[in-house]
Design a protein around this ligand. Structure first.
Ligand SMILES: [Zn+2]
Length: 172
């Protein structure tokens, strides 16, 4: 069994002082997900690491952690702006979800509950639209982003569409 504690600490150190902060400046990272080149962080990096350890295949973990890195930049302004919109829409969606859950727990009237549900649906729609817009802006600035990626992430197994992960564990 591999011990990833050191690698995990290394990832956390990469984001020290630049981790997700809903009130701070937006932070972008390379390879948060294996099929997206870069994303704004919408949660602390430690949460993403927990998720990776919980559900990803063990043979992928080292590759994922090795290349999960802070984007130093600068990124094209349009990408930063679209990322900010996307992250803000995510926050709103989360807040609307919490209100909906709270309304359910308080057992409010159907009318109030429906209103909270509508607000959540609207926030989710806005989030989906912001995600699509973000992907479109990233696609429109593909060449600049790939050039920056080549400088900041030399040697990484990104094939233009995904981080190439090991197909299976190395034999013991
Ligand atoms: Zn890379």
């Amino acid at each position: 069994m591999n011990n990833y504690a050191e690698l995990r600490a290394e990832v956390v150190a990469r984001f020290a002082g630049h981790d997700y902060d809903p009130r701070g400046p937006i932070v972008f990272a390379w390879h948060v997900h294996h099929d997206r080149l870069l994303e704004p962080l919408v949660e602390p990096i430690d949460n993403r690491l927990d998720w990776i350890f919980r559900i990803k295949r063990a043979c992928e973990i080292e590759t994922r952690l090795q290349w999960l890195r802070l984007v130093v930049g600068p990124l094209p302004k349009a990408v930063v702006a679209a990322g900010e919109e996307y992250a803000a829409a995510w926050e709103e969606c989360g807040a609307a979800w919490e209100k909906l859950v709270a309304a359910g727990k308080k057992c409010v009237t159907w009318e109030k509950y429906d209103a909270a549900e509508e607000k959540y649906d609207a926030a989710e729609e806005k989030y989906d639209a912001a995600g699509e817009k973000y992907d479109a802006v990233v696609a429109a600035h593909r060449d600049e982003i790939e050039a920056l990626h080549a400088v900041e992430c030399p040697g990484c197994p990104w094939d233009g569409k995904r981080l190439v992960l090991p197909a299976e564990a190395e034999p013991e």
